[in-house]
Design a protein around this ligand. Structure first.
Ligand code: MG
Length: 368
């Protein structure tokens, strides 16, 4: 591949909304490397790699590749087509490979096939025959399509640089991919060999399959309810005639979540790390303890927090959004990954008699 004069464009400006991470999926850690680092690593034979990114992620991506002189980080655009247009301005080689940052499993054979096709035909569009039956729904009528004629298009999409630049100059607007721009400009795209392994990471299940190590932890806590104490639950000060009794602020929910986190991270529990006979922890905000726990397990990143508070009174539903925000901020995670519910015990037991409150939590982590 070194014999080809080729620049590579990697598209990394997407928001990755469907991946549900709350941040760009390119920055998701697949184990040792982020999605983007793994994708860039597939192009180690090439002298120049242009990464199109959104302004929000630019600094992080620049620092990810600060010691790689082959990398140019440039602003992408609101759409794929706009990102490619911007990135093409940096292309000076005879050929250009355009590749989705979210396809980290591309291999040398796919890249070479696409390049050879571009050399012979002006373009090489990685594609695979459809393995599914294909139908077209039009005006409520379903028509079957001959599957042998249907191809699923992937990237890399490689072009003679002058041709794809002229195609983007001729055609305005936004398109699904570069082969469509090429086609709309009057050229005939040529297919090259793709692979079913060359998937585009899109849904959460794509990201969490494969090499990542996962851990699950469970936490449980109970505190006594007494008069003359503030009621603090999930970091929220809730008006109530009783509060929870404890050495710290007695935030039973925060304790259950902290213990679930420590358990998943294979660390000793909250009582061992922060003993209740240590004056440093007297009346302490339990989120300080949670933050210390998170600090001591930096190798792990939170995927989900699920928790239940059992309390007969007061009504907790109005306070749950604030609790979720507090935990999301502590774990530096999206609020979507933090789920808290509340239940009574129908008047039964310690909780039902309002002499205590309990909390349970389950946490999923992955190694960074
Ligand atoms: Mg406790």
């Amino acid at each position: 591949m070194k014999s080809f004069d080729t620049d590579v464009i990697i598209l990394a400006a997407g928001k990755g909304t469907r991946a549900g991470l709350g941040y760009n999926k390119m920055l998701f850690n697949l184990g040792e490397l982020t999605v983007l680092q793994k994708t860039v690593g597939c192009f180690s034979d090439f002298k120049r790699i242009i990464i199109a990114t959104s302004p929000d992620d630019r600094q992080q991506i620049e620092s990810m590749f600060f010691d790689d002189a082959r990398i140019i980080v440039t602003d992408g655009g609101e759409t794929r087509s706009r990102s490619v247009r911007n990135a093409l301005k940096h292309v000076s080689a005879e050929f250009v490979i355009i590749h989705d940052g979210a396809r980290p499993y591309v291999n040398e054979k796919i890249i070479l096939d696409s390049l050879i096709s571009a050399k012979e035909n002006g373009s090489g569009i990685a594609a695979v025959p459809s393995t599914n039956a294909v139908k077209i729904l039009s005006d409520g009528k379903l028509t079957s399509v001959n599957r042998d004629k249907v191809f699923i298009v992937q990237t890399p999409q490689t072009f003679t640089s002058a041709l794809i630049k002229s195609a983007y100059d001729k055609v305005s607007g936004d398109f699904a991919d570069d082969s469509e721009v090429f086609e709309k400009a009057g050229f005939t795209p040529a297919l090259s060999g793709g692979s079913l392994d060359n998937i585009k990471l899109t849904a959460p299940s794509d990201l969490y399959s494969g090499t990542t190590e996962y851990k699950i932890g469970i936490g449980y806590d109970v505190h006594q309810l007494v008069e003359g104490r503030r009621l603090i639950l999930g970091g929220v000060d809730i008006p109530h005639y009783k509060g929870l009794l404890g050495h710290s602020d007695a935030d039973v929910l925060c304790h259950a979540v902290t213990d679930a986190f420590l358990s998943a991270a294979s660390l000793p529990d909250i009582g061992v790390l922060f003993p209740d006979n240590d004056d440093r922890f007297k009346d302490i905000d339990s989120f300080i303890l949670l933050n210390k726990a998170i600090e001591s397990a930096k190798d792990y990143k939170i995927l989900s927090v699920s928790a239940v508070v059992a309390a007969q009174k007061p009504k907790l539903a109005p306070h749950i959004p604030t609790m979720r925000k507090r935990f999301a901020s502590a774990f530096n995670s999206s609020i979507d990954n933090i789920n808290i519910s509340a239940t009574t015990t129908e008047g039964l037991g310690i909780v039902g008699e309002e002499s205590g409150m309990a909390a349970f939590s389950i946490i999923t982590l992955c190694r960074r």
